[in-house]
Design a protein around this ligand. Structure first.
Ligand code: BES
Ligand code: MN
Ligand code: ZN
Length: 513
């Protein structure tokens, strides 16, 4: 991953491949052109104060996502200036905002793929801004090349360029504790988030439940996290009918992984549950072609939970965080669960499986009940659960449901603080009766309309009495099938990781439940 440093070096003498500066939109009322953002003063001076005009000539407007490359002025050691759009200018006494900086840094880092070193001279007003630029750089520079050119694309130069190797952040205070802490936090979170992206992007023939569990085991040991893996035998002994039922059709057995990070100073316990379907073919209710090509992403919830627990450990947060990864592969075969089968779940409830493609709620039900046995202060599950949520909110926003209004708002706030688009969704009681089953306690399908909310209502039945719970449906934002934007790459995005880390931080400061 890109190496990051805070630097006080002066721009003109800086040895780098490029200097990144910010450019904002001028006031529309005054029909003003692009405006050079603070941080780029020395660059502007070297252009005799004409940098804004030069940028305008080159077609720059300052819009978010825009990249304008221009040769550095005479006397600069770096050959290239990369001007990146920041969007609208902020009010008089405020900064550009962390999300605008994060996006701009990400766009620039991606534009500089293949370069050795870049210096980021973006407008920083405080440590949080420095953290945002750091996060944007590390997330934006991400690329997944493991399956190209024998995984060594950077070296043999055949296809991928390899990520930007080194980034120096200018304009911060390298000796200031808050700045250092912000960059360290950004590094831990981004490294774990990028690892989650790697897991999501790994083809399903190389990442089955057992392989995922092995990755979790190694990382947990490295970071002092207690880990327990239940294999198919242990799951059968424990009565985990949901996870077993979903995994029954696959040659690769299911797993339930429990990761326990504990802090001696913890006052709260947060449990995180992740849907980890390493491939969702739909099972006997097979998905048609056109709906299964990206279903390696169906373990994105588990990847997010895994990343968040490891990040919490690396940051030494003063909160206990337990992660539950419900891992299975959903495949059709002679041993697969059929539509019409009844499963006895870990909670003791019976579920009539009417559609084997509604498998996520089955594995989550067992993991939610397992998490509930420890009576945590709150449970949050994350899942690529329903196509209905994608229809409702599109592919950049996740939906939040909960059994507690205040907690749902807290999760939404955490998402906003993290820079993740999110929206609160209801759990309308009238949709419950659609899941009534003639044979079992409940069916795994209900009304088609409001399918995302129906799934949420199903999960609610498997949360222990009196436990505060929220459900995050990331089916839309988990996997980016379009082109990269901001600090989001094509493919696995790492959706919800930063929200979960924010939640753990809030729990640590007693500001959650
Ligand atoms: N993994 C899918 C949901 C999904 C869809 C994730 C699109 C990412 C992108 C889930 O297991 C599923 O198949 N859900 C069904 C449920 C239905 C059968 C009740 C759906 O949403 O169609
Ligand atoms: Mn499915
Ligand atoms: Zn699924």
């Amino acid at each position: 991953m890109t190496a990051l440093t805070l630097s006080t070096a002066a721009v003109p003498g800086l040895r780098a491949d490029a200097i990144v500066i910010g450019v904002a939109k001028g006031s529309a009322a005054k029909s003003q052109g692009p405006v050079v953002a603070p941080g780029a003063e020395s660059v502007d001076q070297a252009y005799d104060g004409r940098l804004a005009g030069v940028l305008e000539t080159l077609g720059a407007s300052g819009a978010e996502g825009e990249v304008t490359k221009l040769p550095a002025p005479a006397g600069f050691k770096a050959p290239l200036v990369v001007a990146v759009g920041l969007g609208a200018q902020p009010g008089k006494d405020s900064g550009y905002g962390t999300e605008a900086l994060r996006k701009a840094a990400g766009v620039a880092a991606r534009a500089l793929a293949g370069s050795k070193k870049a210096a980021f001279a973006l407008p920083l007003t405080d440590a949080a801004d420095a953290g945002a630029v750091a996060e944007g750089v590390l997330l934006g520079a991400y690329s997944f090349d493991a399956y190209k050119d024998n995984g060594d694309s950077a070296k043999n130069g055949k296809s991928g360029k390899g990520p930007l190797a080194e980034a120096a952040l200018l304009g911060g205070k390298p000796r200031d504790k808050a700045y250092k802490a912000a960059v360290e936090r950004a590094t831990a979170v981004a490294e774990e988030l990028n690892r989650a992206r790697d897991l999501i992007n790994t083809p399903p023939n190389d990442l089955d439940p057992e392989a995922f569990a092995a990755v979790a085991l190694t990382a947990a040991k490295e970071h002092g996290i207690k880990v327990q893996v239940l294999d198919e035998k242990a799951l059968a002994k424990g009565g985990y009918g949901g996870i077993l039922g979903v995994g029954a059709g696959s040659a690769a057995g299911p797993r339930l992984v429990k990761l326990s990070y504990t802090s001696s100073r913890a006052k709260k316990h947060l449990a995180l549950v992740g849907k980890g379907i390493t491939y969702d073919s739909g099972g006997i209710s097979l998905k048609p072609a056109g709906h299964n090509e990206t279903m390696k992403c169906d373990m994105s919830g588990a990847a997010a939970v895994f990343a968040a627990v490891v990040a919490a450990a690396r940051l030494g947060l003063e909160v206990n965080v337990t992660g539950w990864l419900a891992l299975a592969e959903n495949m059709p075969s002679g041993s697969a669960t059929r539509p019409g089968d009844v499963l006895r779940m870990f909670s003791g409830k019976t579920v009539e499986v009417l559609n084997t493609d509604a498998e996520g709620r089955l594995v989550l039900a067992d993991a939610l009940w397992a998490a509930s046995q420890e009576k945590p202060d709150a449970i949050v599950d994350v899942a690529t659960l329903t196509g209905a949520m994608v229809l409702a909110l599109g592919n950049r926003t996740f939906g939040i449901m909960a059994n507690d209004d205040a907690f749902r708002s807290a999760v939404h706030e955490a998402a906003e603080e993290a820079g993740e688009p999110a929206w609160q969704m209801p759990l309308p009681e009238h949709l419950r009766k659609g899941m009534d089953s003639a044979t079992a306690d409940i069916a795994n399908m209900g009304e088609r309309m409001g399918g995302g909310l129906v799934a949420g209502l199903f999960l609610r039945e498997f949360v222990g009495e009196g436990i505060t719970w929220a459900h995050i449906d990331i089916a839309g934002p988990a996997f980016n099938e379009g082109g990269p934007f901001g600090y989001t790459p094509k493919g696995g995005t790492g959706s919800a990781v930063r929200t979960l880390v924010r939640l753990a931080e809030r729990a640590a400061s007693g500001d959650l439940v």
